[in-house]
Ligand binder design. Structure first.
Ligand SMILES: Nc1nc2c(ncn2[C@@H]2O[C@H](COP(=O)(O)OP(=O)(O)OP(=O)(O)O)[C@@H](O)[C@H]2O)c(=O)[nH]1
Ligand SMILES: [Mg+2]
Length: 443
């Protein structure tokens, strides 16, 4: 519990019908009573009152509400004043709160207190900010699911299974004579396999959630003259990229953002990849290679009239998914549309004639998980995915150490620790500071 009392205007800056000031902490109730010049208040009941300034002048009429600890958002005593939405009135209320011993809250400090007082876990607290910041209905729906604990429950489920398995393995270590029998038990193998499948499913859902929040970065890559810049223009509906018949036209990276079903997609047009470029082009190619490494997906554009020139394998990172784009279908005569073979998707289109672009848009919506509805969706952040990837790496090691009790126990412990970072069971103060500083004041 904190010893100081914080206050903030919780409604957005500017004038409005109603303005809200919030107080949280041990002095919240006494400050609330003093500002309204009343002697008592019933928790959770709205009371119509007058608000007074520090010098005892009436400021406004409005409502006061008390939530007593621990039954409040922050877990502390919380007072809410609802007055008229004038910055002058709300400022005077804040001045009176500060004059009576409260201090101005930092951004996100109410939510931080809720987290520190175990009213919500870290993933849920982050979901509040995501809900407030969501730009589309889908994003708001997913953020709400995270706030309601859908993501945290999936993580907690995995942590519970891990604890059960750790108990079993550690018991085996304690009964050293029987350790080998214990560890050779097919139950461990079975549990490790189940856990790794559940973790992979969590990663898929979290990645989809992350895309809803942050969107995706797509890199248009390929040989010079394949039609990358033409495709960028076709997707954005502008002529922002220079298109010429001279190979090596694009040098610097060009960035454009489009929206597909409310998800922001950042498109990067890059220099064509080829051997022996001139020095300027060479710099462009280096930039292109860096962009490719950081991308969520590569659109590998090739000129369909000259077959299917594969990229040199060393040019493309193995872990970035690729969509093959057969361009210039108007010349090659291929039928436009989307085909998937051996999990490799090819889109046949004509960037210049704008044929087949809708098929590409539908495919990109699919890549964002827009057409999958497994009911298990929630909002997630990159830091959650990093934690899941770390947990996966430890679990993979655990599978290799299946018969080495001590090593196996340590791998499982590390795996649990990585997952605990998501819900904030183990979190550094720096990380908390970074997360909550991105919140609004008053939340
Ligand atoms: N017929 C036809 N020509 C196309 C198509 N797409 C691009 N082109 C032509 O191909 C040439 C190269 O197009 P760009 O879009 O500049 O190709 P790029 O891949 O960006 O090339 P670099 O920037 O040099 O790497 C231009 O003359 C375009 O008009 C298409 O779908 N059909
Ligand atoms: Mg270009």
């Amino acid at each position: 519990m904190h010893h100081d009392t914080i206050c903030a205007i919780a409604t957005p800056p500017g004038r409005g019908g109603i303005g809200i000031v919030r107080l949280s902490g041990p002095k919240a109730k006494s400050i609330g009573l003093a500002i309204c010049q009343i002697t008592q208040i019933t928790p959770r009941q709205v009371k119509f009152v007058s608000f007074y300034s520090t010098s005892g002048e009436p400021i406004d009429n409005g409502l006061i509400l008390l939530f007593t600890a621990p039954h409040s958002f922050t877990g502390e005593d919380v007072i809410e004043f609802q007055g008229h939405g004038s910055p002058v009135i709300l400022d005077q209320l804040i001045q009176h709160c500060i004059g009576s011993g409260a201090r101005l809250a930092r951004p996100g400090e109410f939510s931080e207190r809720a987290f520190l007082n175990d009213k919500l876990d870290l993933a849920q607290a982050e979901a509040i900010a995501d809900l407030i910041n969501s730009q589309t209905q889908s994003a708001a729906r997913l953020a709400l699911r995270s706030l309601q604990g859908e993501f945290s429950q999936r993580v907690e489920g995995l942590v519970t299974s891990l604890i059960k398995l750790r108990t079993y393995v550690e018991a085996a270590i304690d009964f050293a004579e029987e350790e080998i029998d214990f560890l050779a038990d097919s139950q461990i193998q079975h549990d490790l396999h189940t856990l790794s499948k559940q973790l992979a499913a969590l990663q898929t859902s979290a990645n989809r959630g992350r895309i809803f929040r942050d969107g995706m970065t797509l890199v248009l890559a390929g040989r010079p003259n394949a039609g990358k810049s033409s495709l960028l223009n076709a997707l954005t509906g502008t002529d922002s990229a220079i298109v010429t018949e001279i190979p090596g036209t694009t040098r610097d990276i060009l960035r454009e953002v489009i929206q597909i079903n409310g998800i922001p997609l950042t498109l990067l047009d890059t220099a064509g990849l080829r051997l022996n470029p001139d020095p300027i082009e060479q710099q462009g190619i280096r930039k292109a290679e860096r962009a490719i490494t950081d991308a969520d997906r590569i659109l590998w554009v090739y000129d369909g009239t000259i077959g299917h020139p594969e990229p040199d394998t060393e040019q493309l990172p193995p872990d970035v998914p690729i969509t093959w784009v057969h361009n210039k279908a108007d010349l090659s005569g291929a039928t436009t549309g989307c085909t998937t073979h051996n999990e490799q998707t090819t889109i046949v289109l004509s960037a210049r004639e704008q044929h087949g672009i809708d098929a590409l848009r539908r495919h990109l919506a699919d890549c964002c998980g827009q057409h999958q509805n497994d009911g298990g969706e929630f909002m997630a952040r990159r830091r959650h995915l990093t934690a899941i990837t770390q947990a996966e790496a430890h679990l993979q090691q655990a599978q290799q150490h299946q018969y080495a009790g001590e090593l196996l126990a340590e791998d499982l412990r590390q795996c649990q620790l990585a997952l605990a970072h998501i819900t904030g069971a183990f979190t550094s103060d720096d990380l908390l500071g970074e997360i909550f500083s991105q919140f609004c004041i008053g939340k």
